[in-house]
Design a protein around this ligand. Structure first.
Ligand SMILES: [Zn+2]
Length: 406
């Protein structure tokens, strides 16, 4: 039997397709997928958004669906059951949808693979999740968080796969892919919220990174590298990663190399700004506050250069715990505002960072074009004219269905 899906037409005054503002003002949707973009389209039913500004649902390209409720991550991890943390993350998914985020890329959390499946199978409402799942870290790496707890205990908790040497990296990559990672997240420098490693410290060798990249490619995917210091970041680029996360201390040479090799940058301004503004009251340790300071200052120099060079910039908050502040889960669009303020991106560039730029990674999200999921957000105001309008969401659609906002 042949079944013809209903055609829904979605109409708005202005449509931004993830790259540019279109001449067209109508979208045809069939079975949750965009089937046509144009004018004077005919369908079985019409949703007219009047004078609103419609664009692809936004994507937070760097989030951690950890379910944590304070900035003291060690305390969260070691005092709560993993099941409890996973359940805590469920309401986050609803807040993300309401904020106009119809996809997120989780850059490291074992929960995210299970949450992804629950959303996909309509068990819980939420954005489409592209999940790194378990991360890969070297011994004495950022993935450990604590560098005093006996490492065997840490390994048993499976928060990160600890790999040293090429064979171990290959095994680690295959292990997380088998567990369901959509892409692989590694740490190529130390970090802020891990105890004794510095952000300028290199982690993994180029050969180790290359071996992980090769395994990812064989499985049809890619590697994202956490990197602050320039040397470790450069190692990651030379090793073949597709995205650099944070990139706070990158030099112009490395940015040029990234541009040559088509490596994207997620500057994660939200987390750095959050820690600078509220870190102490949110329970971030004194060593975390100290390490964050110089990184936060330097990214305001790196980002305008990256943008001038033409690097693909992604909007990613790096939020991983509830804050109750103006930068929080459910207020992820603050990242777009910060991209214009700190990174000097234009409003349209910031909108691209949260939509069309993400599609360049090969994920099916962030573009209004036939074949892409019918995931949209609309605003009564025009964020291309005033970026603050991204916080005033009017309608959200996921797979062609309107999300109830209250
Ligand atoms: Zn992160």
């Amino acid at each position: 039997m042949f079944f013809e899906f209903m055609k829904t037409i979605l109409k708005a005054k202005v449509i931004f397709d993830g790259k540019n503002i279109l001449e067209a003002n109508q979208i045809e949707i069939r079975d949750g997928i965009i089937s046509k973009v144009g004018n004077n389209l005919n369908g079985d039913n019409l949703i007219d958004l009047g004078d609103e500004f419609l664009m692809p649902g936004m994507i937070d390209a760097h989030i951690h669906l950890s379910g944590a409720s304070s900035g003291n991550l060690l305390n969260e991890i070691f005092s709560k059951h993993p099941e409890e943390l996973m359940l805590n993350a469920i309401p986050w998914l609803k807040s993300l949808l309401k904020a106009g985020f119809t996809s997120v890329r989780d850059c490291g959390n074992t929960n995210s693979v299970f949450l992804r499946e629950a959303v996909k199978n309509n068990i819980i409402p939420g954005p489409t999740i592209f999940a790194a799942g378990t991360t890969l870290s070297q011994t004495f790496g950022h993935g450990e968080f604590s560098h005093t707890i006996p490492i065997d205990i840490y390994k048993q908790m499976k928060l990160t796969e600890i790999c040293d040497g090429i064979d171990s990296c290959i095994k680690g990559a295959r292990t997380v892919l088998r567990r369901g990672s959509d892409f692989i997240k590694i740490f190529s420098t130390g970090g802020v919220l891990s105890h004794r490693d510095g952000p300028m410290q290199e982690q993994f060798t180029v050969d180790e990174i290359q071996s992980i990249v090769k395994e990812a490619q064989k499985a049809g995917t890619y590697v994202a590298a956490h990197a602050h210091g320039n040397v470790g970041a450069r190692n990651a680029v030379l090793g073949g990663v597709r995205t650099l996360e944070h990139g706070t201390m990158l030099t112009e040479d490395t940015l040029n190399l990234m541009s040559e090799r088509g490596v994207s940058l997620t500057p994660t301004l939200s987390i750095q700004t959050l820690i600078t503004k509220y870190g102490k009251e949110l329970g971030v340790s004194s060593w975390g506050l100290e390490k964050n300071e110089s990184l936060h200052q330097n990214i305001s120099k790196v980002l305008p250069t990256a943008n001038r060079i033409g690097i693909n910039i992604l909007a990613g908050t790096d939020l991983g715990f509830l804050t109750g502040r103006d930068i929080d889960i459910g207020k992820n669009a603050m990242e777009l505002i910060l991209l214009t303020q700190v990174g000097k991106l234009s409003n349209i560039e910031a909108l691209r960072a949260a939509t069309g730029n993400f599609a360049k990674l090969g994920h099916r999200a962030g573009i209004i074009a036939p074949g892409y999921p019918a995931d949209f957000v609309s605003f009564a105001g025009n964020p291309a004219e005033d970026i603050h309008e991204v916080l005033n969401v009017s309608h959200v659609f996921k797979s062609g269905k309107e999300v109830i906002l209250n």
